[in-house]
Design a protein around this ligand. Structure first.
Ligand code: ADP
Ligand code: MG
Length: 390
């Protein structure tokens, strides 16, 4: 049992008077490459972070669920007999219960403590980690078979239809299916997945720019509409269906507007970069992976135009350090985080450099999250050294 679990178990024991029956952990995630490709039915390559949501729990005899979030210092409590919509973080828990029951599963009640190291609202998907952890908790107390892909889809349904957030499938999939030391290739059209080995001598450093997108929804929706419009004019079901060569030929034929062309070029070349990154990882060519991250950033900056000055400065600072193989902004853009792929043994020096140089140049402070690719959701039961199947 790792230290965070040991500490959580102790806090559980002092509150409930006995050891937890189950310990569940589900990770946050970052997307190595494949940005703004998901809604174009393309490819993504996320990896699970060491930063996780943890739940310690025990079953209840009735059909009530009671969960205390240590981060929010707040209880949520509801009955599985009568799920009613309300406000707040409890909706993620309730939404998962709702989606599982809609699927026909019979659920047992439970109670427990929740603790998370996934920063909330930073784009590392604390929400999907919470959903997947809750689904795993329900599966444990209700003795449901655990099928990661199916459960990920139900968690997405909970977020889409109960919470009302139109997220894609990437976050839940990686939190449920990740394998330690691997990134997960995901085809967002077919949901085909493939584990891709990650170099053991490299580390991912997530770098929070300290800026948040303000015009988030309008700019994001505009990009989505531009992609749909480009696909329609280019006469393909989705931009995913074009290679860079085909894009150029068709764009010339239909005289595609310059802005739409650049938006489409980002998506089409980004899909190709995901494929090339998978190949480079399989070949153990870290330098090639780094170069692809850099290309991705330039494309997001110049063609898709979703960076901001802070993200560009942060990435430029990372690029300057000799231990950095490559870096790029991640997520929807206009704020949020960037990632760097860094030589393992120089991670500390790299982080020190980035902290200082970034603040000096931008005036913002960066929060850094170094990580190796972590295992997806896990559940331990009973005496805790008995490891349950995932
Ligand atoms: P993110 O990018 O982190 O997924 P979201 O806005 O999608 O940001 O999800 C954040 C929400 O998830 C929080 O507002 C809260 O409702 C829920 N959440 C995440 N972590 C926790 C936690 N540790 N305790 C309670 N709720 C949490
Ligand atoms: Mg989220």
């Amino acid at each position: 049992m790792d230290q965070p679990f040991a500490a959580l178990s102790q806090r559980f024991a002092s509150r409930f008077g006995e050891a937890p029956a189950f310990l569940v952990r589900a990770p946050g995630r970052v997307n190595l490459i494949g940005e703004h490709t998901d809604y174009n039915q393309g490819f993504v390559l996320p990896l699970a972070l060491e930063h996780s949501v943890r739940i310690a729990l025990r079953p209840r005899r009735d059909r009530r669920v009671r969960l205390y979030s240590e981060n929010f210092q707040q209880w949520v409590e509801f009955s599985l007999e009568k799920l009613e919509k309300a406000q707040g973080w409890g909706e993620y828990v309730k939404g998962v219960a709702w989606a599982l029951q809609e699927e026909g599963y019979t659920l047992q009640g439970w109670e427990g403590l929740l603790e998370s190291q996934v920063p909330i609202g930073a784009g590392l998907s604390s929400s999907a980690a919470l959903e997947v952890a809750v689904a795993r908790a329900f599966a444990a107390v209700s003795s449901l078979p655990w099928d990661g892909k199916r459960m990920a889809l139900l968690c997405q349904k909970a977020e889409n239809e109960w919470v009302g957030v139109q997220c894609g499938i990437m976050d839940q999939m990686i939190s449920a299916l990740a394998e330690r030391g691997h990134a997960l290739f995901l085809d967002c059209r077919t949901l085909e997945t493939q584990q891709v080995p990650f170099p053991s001598l490299a580390r991912i450093v997530v770098m929070d720019s300290g800026t948040r997108r303000t015009l988030s929804h309008s700019a994001y929706n505009e990009r989505r509409q531009q992609c749909e419009e480009a696909a329609r004019l280019l006469q393909v079901p989705a931009l995913r269906d074009l290679s860079p060569q085909e894009l150029d030929q068709r764009a010339a034929r239909v005289r595609l507007d310059q802005v739409l062309y650049r938006r489409a070029r980002h998506v089409v070349t980004e899909n190709e970069r995901v494929t090339r990154t998978v190949q480079a990882l399989q070949a153990g060519d870290v330098a090639a992976v780094g170069a692809l991250l850099n290309e991705s950033h330039r494309s997001l900056d110049q063609d898709f135009e979703v960076t901001n000055q802070a993200l560009n400065e942060l990435v430029a600072v990372a690029w300057e350090h000799p231990a950095c193989y490559g870096a790029r902004m991640v997520g929807a853009g206009f704020g949020g985080c960037a990632i760097a792929l860094v030589k393992e043994e120089a991670t500390e020096a790299f982080m020190e450099f980035v902290r200082q140089a970034y603040t000096q140049r931008s005036g913002y402070r960066t929060e850094l999250y170094p990580s190796h690719p972590e295992q997806g959701v896990e559940c331990y039961s009973g005496m805790m050294d008995d490891r349950r199947s995932r």
